[in-house]
Design a protein around this ligand. Structure first.
Ligand code: PLP
Length: 391
């Protein structure tokens, strides 16, 4: 599918529904603000209770507002089933736990989101589950970490600080050949620009908090995949830990989903303009953005994604102290964690292993939906202000 065909299909998926006769043709699914659903007869109740994942009985199981969003997200990832959770971490921990038992081993990419790494390398240790962190850009490294008891390969492509990719199709093939489940965090690209399930990955997880929500007003997550794998998670980790998405959150996120392709096109365009502008600046040593030909895995990015989002980083030979002064002077960029919303964001950290040798600082930018020329001028005026500071 070309990029144009893909976007045409995604636009139609997020905007088109048949007239919903259940709700008098209401163009938006109502918010089912209810914990339980009542029945007129005991027979009806007992019948429904046997199918509580598929029919309204109790909202920690099936809520029609949440179910509508789940069906849309499954459709966008071209999957059989999706289950929404209270946060990205609730979705990620549930998905991981569904694949392992005491004595098992997990392989996880070393640049995965911090709390995900902490979950697999520290928290799960107390249940006798071991983990190895690997360089996700090297299939050899992943292969070398395999053990007879390995049950899960956990991927995040691209990663969200240095934007390293994993070859999803090759990883999926390796995992399948060893009977291992492969999970991929697809929060950065969203189903608009990357669909790991089509490349053979078993389960996709999202921090819905990021682009899918896109308004920085919700914390949410989702697990997406085959009915076999996701319904098991729905019956076990979802029902037993109870980290559910509320109907109110689902309604807010559905509202945001209508504009997901539109926003992603804008984030992509503006972030590429910002990266091009930064490439000529004296304070920039290297830019980490998979859509740039200078990215070491650019060919892989073109192979497995058909677009890019608004989050990238650059490295600077200037000190973190000086770059924090630069960040302090930015007028449009807010200093803060997270990403995927309408607003531009900046964080400044000391350089990490994997940065260029001359780099002292790693600056992550989220390019929001503002007028991009304002953002470029903002970065310039902040640099003019700090360039002579001795820090
Ligand atoms: C790549 C990635 N995955 C998962 C998460 C966790 O999602 P949440 O904060 O919704 O729990 C985050 C949060 O920042 C993230 O950046």
């Amino acid at each position: 599918m070309t990029k144009k065909e893909n976007l045409a299909w995604q636009y139609s998926t997020v905007t088109h529904d048949a007239v919903d006769v259940r709700h008098h043709g209401a163009i938006n699914v109502p918010i089912y603000q209810t914990s339980l659903f009542a029945f007129e007869t005991y027979d009806q109740f007992q019948q429904a209770a046997q199918h509580s994942q598929h029919t309204p009985v109790y909202s920690r199981g099936y809520n029609p507002t949440v179910r509508y969003l789940e069906e849309k997200l499954a459709e966008l990832e071209r999957a059989e089933m999706a289950k929404c959770f209270a946060s990205g971490m609730a979705a990620i921990s549930a998905a991981i736990l569904s694949t392992v038992r005491t004595g098992d081993h997990i392989i996880c990419v070393s640049q995965a989101y911090g709390p995900t790494r902490m979950f697999v390398t520290q928290y799960l240790q107390r249940f006798g589950i071991d983990a190895t962190l690997v360089d996700g850009s090297s299939l050899d490294d992943i292969r070398a970490a395999l053990r007879p008891e390995t049950k899960l390969l956990y991927l995040e492509s691209p990663t969200s600080m240095l934007f390293q990719l994993q070859d999803l199709a090759a990883c999926a093939e390796l995992a399948r050949s060893r009977g291992i489940v492969a999970i991929a965090d697809n929060s950065w690209a969203t189903p608009i620009f990357q669909r790991p399930l089509e490349l053979g990955i078993d389960l996709v997880v999202h921090s819905v908090t990021k682009y899918i929500s896109g308004q920085s007003d919700s914390v949410a997550g989702v697990v997406i995949g085959s009915e076999q794998l996701v319904s098991r998670i729905a019956e076990d980790e979802y029902m037993l830990f109870g980290g559910i998405m509320t109907a109110h959150s689902a309604a807010l996120i559905t509202r945001c989903l209508r504009t997901l392709p539109l926003r992603m096109e804008r984030h992509e365009k503006s972030a590429l303009a910002a990266a091009a502008h930064l490439a000529g600046q004296p304070y920039v040593a290297r830019i980490n953005h998979p859509a740039l030909p200078s990215h070491p895995q650019h060919a892989l990015a073109l192979k497995q994604m058909n677009g890019s989002s608004g989050l990238f980083s650059f490295e600077s030979a200037e000190s973190p102290e000086k770059m924090r002064e630069w960040a302090n002077r930015l007028k449009y960029f807010k200093i803060g964690v997270s990403w995927g919303g309408f607003e531009s964001l900046v964080t400044v950290n000391p350089a990490v292993p994997g940065c260029a040798p001359e780099a002292r600082s790693l600056i992550r930018l989220h390019i929001g939906l503002e007028n991009v020329d304002d953002l470029l001028q903002d970065m310039d005026q902040a640099w003019t202000d700090v360039k002579d500071l001795q820090l």
